[in-house]
Each structure stands twice: as C-alpha cells, then as structure tokens.
Design a protein around this ligand. Structure first.
Ligand SMILES: Cc1ncc(COP(=O)(O)O)c(C=O)c1O
Length: 467
C-alpha cells in the first residue's frame, strides 16, 4: 500500500466538505441541541457533520446546500429500485387518499398478502412480522432457545444482526483486530458467556465449536452473505456443513437475510445454496422502503409464539404496536410483486452494473499503485452481484476472504475505506458506503462510469499526499 499522509489528506477533504456545506453545518449545530450527536443513527452522522437531505429520487439525493449526489447507500441497501420509486409512492398515495394506511390496531388484509408472497418466494412454512431486523433476530434466538431448551447462541464473528443482547458480541472488533468482544455496555454478565463465537467460512472452526458445545447450542445465526462484515459470500461447503452440523446436533440454523433477501434475485440468497434453514429473518427490502421485518421458517418453531403454545415454552413474540403496519405491508406487497414480475430485467441490470463497478474500481486504483480489492461478488455463487465493497489492503494481502481481515488494521485499512475514501467521493458528488455500496435499478451505466471517473480523480488526489 502506498503510504499516505492521511492526516493532511483528511484535513484537506474536510475543509472542502465544510466549505461546500454551510447550510448543513448550521443545521447540524441546531440538530445537536436536541439530538444526541445530531441524529438517531450513528452511521448516518459522518465526520465532520452529515449533509441533510431535502429530496431523494431514483439514484440521486439532494441536500440543503443544493448539492446533488449519486447515492450508493440507498436506504441502508434496501432501495433496490432506487429512492422513492413511483410504484410504491403511488400505492401509498392511494392508500392515504382513502384514509387508510395509518395504524389501526387490527390485523388488516395486507399482511396476509405479504406473507403469501414471501412464503411463495422462499418456501417458508410460516411467517410473523415485526418492525426491524434487530427485533426479528432477537425473536429468532428466543424461539430457538425455547424450542431446543438450550442456552448458547453460536454467532459468527463480524456478523451484524442489530443491537439486541444476543447479537452484541464480535461485530467490528472495536479496533483490536479480534472479533470476540462484547460491543455494548449495559448487558448482564451471563450474556457474554452464552454467546460463543465462530469464524465465518471456517469449516474447521465450526466443527470444533460443535464438538465442544454441540448439545448445548440452541442456534447458529449466520448471514449466508455477510453484510457489514465485508460483503462476503459464504462458501458453499461452509453453508452446507453448517446445515449438516446443526441438523446432527439438533441446533436451530438461522439465516439472517436482512441484506441478502431479495437483493440478488427475488428470493432469499439461501436458494443459491440449495439449503433450507430452520428460521430466516428478512427486513430492509421486504418493506419497500417502509419499516418491516419478518421471521420466516418452520411452523413447529414459530408456533411457539402462538397463544396456544404451552405456557412454559411460549415466546413473547406477540406484540408490537406497529407490527405489520398497514402502510409497510402495502408497500412491501407492491414492491416485492414488482421485483418478482420484473426479476430478470432488474437483477440482470443491477448485477451487471455491480460487476462493472468492482472491476473498474480495482483497475483504476491498481493502475495508480494502490492495492485495492473489491468484495461483494463471487462467481462461484452468483454470476453478478449488485453489492460492492472496497478495501485498501496492505501489500502482502491479495484478497479479502474474512471479516477478520476487513476490520484488522494490519491487513486492511478501515480508515481509508470508511472515512477518507468516503469523504473524497462525497466531494466528487457520490455518496458511498463500506467503500461503495449498492447499485439500484435506478442507476444507469452513465452513473457507474461517472463514479469510476471520480475514483480516478480521487486516486490521483491521494497520490498528491504520498509520504
Ligand atoms: C444482516 C442484518 N441483520 C440485521 C440488521 C438489523 O436490522 P434493522 O436495522 O432493521 O434493525 C441489519 C441492519 O443493517 C443487517 O444488516
């Protein structure tokens, strides 16, 4: 890796950003007076301050200072059709015009329809909806503990399942290069010992953990496509072995498909592996831009949250004022049906553009001597993928295969990825995330080419700060 004077480079990027965003800066000062850190989601509160969006449409987003960006964050990767697609907005407009769509406190018609769509596409026996991926992952784990009568959760290092007690271990390493620490204060001590960590894509480690803890493991929770941990596909033999071991030991296999569900085709990524987990959780895309998540899977496990379940086994996954919110269910039905109907067209386009971005970014940076490698694609699993991760590697590393590498400063530079490259691209008019992000159907070939031209300018800028 070419050594850069990162401090000076970042100072320059910040100065440019601040100069271009006087209105956002002023609004940030106001926001901070009422909101912790100026907002309610830390990832959105970038340094030195966030830009405040005033409109977002298709591939673009415009901020208070009148700057328009091509956006690859796209609603935390949920917006497969881009921002505010007509198809969803019009359905919601109709709903509200008819004085429907706000919470009523009744079951409504649309959740049944959305459950039918998800069941048809994923093969799940039963569904229950809630409002966030975080809650869905917590309920999956409670269901597993009740069903098996066991206490230990086997979790993958680098896996992000939301901030709920049973998933707050080993996520980003907190700068240590290891993925085994608790990552939140406020948890009871026994939680730490009830989460056992295993390494992603490491069959040997998985076998070892099952040998040591097998008959005490309630569940293995894993993203078959690791999202925040680096956009890495599970290897086929790893996912297969996870299924064999969980089956053999009577452990519940949970696939977290909050990112991967409906992202690569109009199904779960699980179908690419031909593996059926016991439970899955879906979120992001299934609400079509509105808050919704689902626990989907085996009827005998999910029935433990039914009011008819034996009291000592019953899981209190039964409430939620806004569970299966009518507007979310409507948006989800319209959105998923659109993805299904136009599956070939949509996924071919976004997958192809993702491939173009990955190849172009690597070629551009490598042309200037930077050891940059992209993640998000894996020809062995999927010919084309619309998610693009970018990593700045040290010279002795030639590719990224694990989340331990993604967060290890001795192998790969997270500061370059998450801060410096991000701000440099923002100054060029591109909002990227985890090095690039998600291509949506609203992005054009020209958008991708323009982003690659910007990468070229950014690489040249970086060279001016060579040590
Ligand atoms: C794989 C995965 N699981 C769970 C979650 C949590 O979902 P939510 O943010 O809806 O609570 C996320 C959020 O990014 C995620 O990426």
């Amino acid at each position: 890796m070419i050594e850069l004077d990162k401090e000076r480079l970042y100072a320059y990027l910040k100065e440019t950003y601040e100069k271009n965003h006087p209105k956002s800066k002023a609004f940030y000062e106001r926001a901070k007076k009422s909101l912790i850190g100026g907002g309610s989601h830390n990832l959105r509160l970038i340094d030195p301050f966030p830009f405040y969006d005033v409109s977002s449409r298709d591939a673009e987003i415009t901020d208070k200072d009148g700057i328009t960006y091509i956006d690859f964050w796209q609603g935390h990767f949920a917006n497969i059709l881009g921002h505010n697609p007509d198809i969803v907005c019009e359905a919601l407009e109709d709903l509200f015009r008819n004085r429907q769509g706000l919470e009523t406190g009744f079951p409504g018609l649309y959740q049944t329809e959305l459950a039918e769509v998800i069941r048809r596409q994923t093969g799940a026996e039963k569904i229950r909806f809630t409002t966030s991926g975080t809650l869905a992952s917590m309920y999956c784990i409670l269901l597993s503990k009740s069903f098996t009568g066991r206490d230990i959760v086997l979790k993958v290092g680098g896996g992000w399942h939301g901030a709920q007690p049973y998933a707050l271990k080993g996520i980003t390493s907190m700068g240590t290069g290891g993925l085994e620490l608790m990552e939140s204060a406020g948890l009871s001590a026994h939680i730490e010992s009830s989460i056992v960590m295993t390494r992603f894509n490491d069959v040997e480690d998985l076998e070892d953990k099952f040998q040591r803890f097998g008959d005490r493991l309630a569940c293995l929770i894993v993203e078959p496509f690791l999202g925040a941990g680096g956009f890495i596909f599970g290897r086929k033999d790893y996912i297969q072995r996870a299924r064999e071991l969980t089956e053999h030991h009577g452990t519940i296999l949970i696939f977290d498909e909050v990112i991967s569900g409906f992202r690569f085709h109009a199904r779960g990524v699980q179908s690419l592996y031909g593996i059926v987990p016991d439970l899955s959780l879906f979120g992001k895309a299934i609400g079509g831009g509105m808050p919704a998540s689902a626990v989907a899977g085996r009827g005998d496990i999910l029935s433990l949250c039914d009011s008819s379940a034996p009291v000592d086994k019953r899981v209190k996954f039964e409430g939620g004022t806004f569970s299966a919110h009518p507007a979310s269910m409507t948006a989800g039905v319209v959105f998923l049906n659109h993805l299904i109907k136009n599956e070939e067209k949509i996924y071919n386009k976004i997958g192809k553009l993702g491939e173009t971005a990955r190849a172009g970014i690597e070629k551009t940076f490598q042309g200037y001597g930077f050891n940059v490698r992209c993640t998000g694609g894996d020809q062995k699993i999927l010919p084309q993928s619309s998610l693009v991760g970018v990593n700045f590697l040290h010279d002795h590393i030639d590719r990224i295969t694990s989340p331990e590498q993604v967060w290890n400063p001795a192998q790969c530079d997270p500061v370059m990825r998450e801060k410096i490259f991000k701000l440099a691209m923002l100054n060029e008019g591109f909002n990227i995330f985890h090095g690039y992000g998600a291509v949506s159907y609203a992005h054009s070939e020209q958008n991708i080419q323009a982003s690659l031209d910007a990468v070229d300018r950014v690489a040249q800028l970086f060279l001016q700060y060579k040590k």
